[in-house]
Design a protein. Sequence first.
Length: 107
Amino acid sequence: MDFGLESGNKELAEQLVWDYREANLSKEDRALCGYAVKLTLAPGEMSEGDLDVLRDSEWSEEQIVVATQVIGYFNYINRMADALGVDPEDWMTPSREEWLARKGRDY
């Protein structure tokens, strides 16, 4: 699925790839993106405070659980593909290294 095609907003989709903090997002969506980045890059550093940020942004407990499951699932699938040497499609950019060098390191 391509968010840019599905949403009809390719500009927003590109902003989300490069740096969600520069995208025109609601407080709720921005909090979820921050949570997803941290859960992806530093899962061992997650704390109750990370959940509190979502709760303070009006995410319900059920929504937090579902979001965590979806984030975890995509992390799992990506790690499986990496481990098995599955090559990403050409349109799947940027590379992890490029993304981390640009913005991903600052969650």
